[in-house]
Design a binder for this molecule. Structure first.
Ligand SMILES: Cc1cc2nc3c(=O)[nH]c(=O)nc-3n(C[C@H](O)[C@H](O)[C@H](O)COP(=O)(O)O)c2cc1C
Length: 181
């Protein structure tokens, strides 16, 4: 798939086959994150990678009450937690770029995953307090997102409900978001 095909076909995947991700594919995905651009090349991203489904199931129960909405992660063969280390932050115009950098890097990983036929879903519904205490991560890290990674299974009722609720297929028109000057 070329970049255009990747961008046009990408959508959030919330139901997965149990098939594990081959190690070379997982490595490609992680490399895509590693090679991302960042403010002053500070590379603040840190990734926690789970490929043991028992551990993923346990983790799914430690995302707080709000995290239960993303309970579908328990079926994924891989879960990646994207963290950002404030020690590698660049602040410009009052903006903290470590979170931006990490989002760019994680999205690169998701696109690389798709190029291998794997689905993912950016997840922000978790209690950072609960999860960070479960993960025992350093105080300077923030948890930016979680995403399951795996081969897509048929859309579950839950996936259909969530994408219906979020009107996931809809986008604002270019005129609403772009101003030619
Ligand atoms: C920052 C961010 C947070 C999100 N959090 C969640 C979430 O917690 N649970 C979920 O099911 N989807 C979550 N999503 C997925 C969005 O619902 C989805 O990207 C949007 O509806 C567009 O659908 P698409 O990704 O299929 O194009 C999140 C996406 C982003 C970018």
């Amino acid at each position: 798939m070329d970049a255009k095909e990747l961008i046009l076909s990408r959508h959030s995947v919330r139901n997965f086959l149990p098939n594990p991700i081959p190690p070379d594919v997982l490595n490609d995905i992680l490399e895509a994150g590693r090679l991302a651009p960042s403010a002053q090349n500070r590379q603040p991203w840190r990734y926690l990678v789970y490929t043991d489904n028992d551990k993923i199931q346990k983790l799914a129960l430690n995302c707080g009450l709000i995290g239960l909405s993303n309970f579908f992660i328990r079926k994924a063969p891989c879960l990646i937690i994207a963290c950002a280390d404030k020690k590698d932050n660049l602040q410009l115009n009052g903006q903290d770029y470590y979170l931006v950098d990490t989002a760019i890097s994680f999205h690169q990983m998701m696109l690389m995953a798709l190029s291998h036929g794997l689905g993912s879903c950016w997840l922000a519904a978790f209690s950072e307090k609960k999860l960070r205490s479960y993960l025992q991560i350093p105080a300077s890290w923030r948890i930016v997102a979680l995403s399951p990674f795996g081969y897509p299974a048929e859309k579950s009722l839950y996936s259909k409900a969530v994408s219906g609720f979020a009107q996931s297929a809809k986008r604002k028109a270019l005129e609403e978001i772009v101003e030619f000057r």
